[in-house]
Ligand binder design. Structure first.
Ligand code: SAJ
Length: 401
């Protein structure tokens, strides 16, 4: 069996590698020639523990090769980005372009799967695009929507062990897709239709966003009420049916902060909680930046000198080096700009350099700063001890004080 993966990004490449490991011949296609070149040399252009070794093995055994052009195969997978436009409307042009590229290669009995996070109705829309170009294929190919749900950093394990939702345009298409994924997935494969599978992916990430927004809302209330939000959540979670997530400095990354807009753009009248959660989580970063700024001004008023400030963490979540869509990075930039790029220490233990920020070691920054702002709960920061002589703004629960 041969499969063609359109898109060699954070999901496409790992999925192609894992499928190759289970015996499928893979051609991985990317529009970026650098990605293709690196992949063919066995070099991973994304960051994912353990994945480069697997890639090298698959390239060496000839099970996986990369190309800028698709090839004839038995199954095609569309795994390209679906960003949103300026007005938060989803942009599926990459899915359309990748489909257009494979349409000439499709033949009777082929499987065509969209994995990219997509607004409801995308699979139907793409099926129409295919049949408009190749009407003779109608009823002769199998089309399905099968979203991924892996957690960056744990992809090798989760690609294999997570359950998956398989949404065929027809029951036969679901069966055909299940047959493919069962070659490397040991989690359960749940069959449904394409629209439900599309909505399921959006629901999962919107649910997490809404739950984080609830925790962030509590942090606003507790700040006013003089209550420790960490202690409060810990105590509330002792209830057998309550499970509140943790507040932070906002929600980042390319999934949770994006996918809910695919629902709100299409269902603005109905998706009230989902829209409000986005607002609340975006506002949390702004609120944190304002807190830092007012604390700096107060320090200067009280002590008659400007404070030394340490911004602890730039990554969008703990213990990773991924700064994409990071609220911590946004807050740091905002504070520095407001104080005319004042000499503020910036700490990110998971990267060695940054083109905008000059980085300081976390222990040195903690030692020298008057005001310490914890933005990302990296493990390194948890080794520090609470100091009464410092003003500590703990937005991510390092000390939970
Ligand atoms: N966060 C909080 N409080 C929490 C948990 C997370 O503020 O209690 C913040 C994080 O700091 C981060 C953001 O939320 O800024 C997102 O982090 P995350 O770990 O919740 O999720 P991602 O974006 O790394 O991965 C999510 C996962 N989805 C769900 O957990 C429902 C993953 O399974 C998906 O595959 C991925 O999105 C995706 O690709 O869609």
């Amino acid at each position: 069996m041969k499969a063609c993966f359109m898109g060699l990004g954070y999901i496409g490449l790992p999925t192609a590698i894992i499928a190759a490991r289970s015996g499928v011949d893979i051609v991985g296609v990317d529009v970026n020639p650098k990605v293709v070149e690196m992949t063919n040399k066995g070099k991973l252009h994304i960051i994912e523990p353990g994945m480069e070794e697997l890639l090298q093995e698959m390239v060496a055994t000839g099970k996986l090769k990369a190309s800028t052009k698709p090839e004839v195969a038995d199954a095609y997978f569309i795994v390209v980005p679906t960003p949103f436009k300026g007005n938060h409307k989803p942009d599926i042009s990459y899915v359309e372009a990748a489909t257009k590229a494979v349409v000439p290669f499709l033949k009777d009995g082929d499987l065509f799967v969209i994995e990219s996070t997509s607004p409801v109705g995308t699979t139907e829309h793409i099926a129409k695009q295919i049949f408009a170009a190749r009407p003779e294929l109608e009823g002769h190919i199998y089309i399905a929507y099968c979203p991924e749900r892996v957690l960056p950093g744990n992809v090798i394990y989760e690609l294999v062990h997570n359950d998956r939702v398989i949404g065929g345009m027809t029951p036969e298409a679901s069966d055909k897709a299940v047959e493919f994924y069962s070659q490397f997935v040991t989690g359960q494969l749940h069959k449904t239709n394409a629209r439900t599978a599309e909505m399921c992916k959006l629901t999962e990430n919107s649910s997490r966003d809404a739950q984080i927004a609830f925790a962030n809302e509590l942090s606003f209330i507790c700040d006013k009420a003089g209550i420790n939000v960490w202690e409060l959540i810990n105590l509330a979670n002792k209830h057998p049916r309550v499970n509140i997530l943790q507040p932070g400095c906002g929600v980042g990354g390319h999934c949770i902060a994006v996918d809910p807009y695919f629902i709100t753009a299409e269902f603005p009248e109905e998706a009230k909680i989902i829209a409000q959660a986005r607002e609340t989580n975006n506002f949390k970063a702004q609120w944190c930046a304002e807190k830092v700024k007012s604390t700096m001004l107060q320090f200067e008023l009280d002590r008659g000198r400007k404070p030394q400030v340490a911004m602890m963490g730039l990554a969008f979540k703990p213990n990773i080096d991924d700064l994409r869509e990071s609220p911590a990075k946004r807050i740091t930039a905002e504070v520095m700009q407001s104080f005319n790029n004042a000499d503020i220490m910036v700490v990110e233990p998971n990267i060695t350099e940054h083109k905008v920020f000059k980085l300081t070691h976390f222990e040195k920054a903690y030692e020298e700063a008057d005001i310490v702002v914890f933005l990302t709960a990296h493990n390194e920061f948890k080794t520090l001890e609470w100091r009464d002589d410092k003003v500590i703004l703990d937005f991510c629960g390092i000390f939970k004080k």
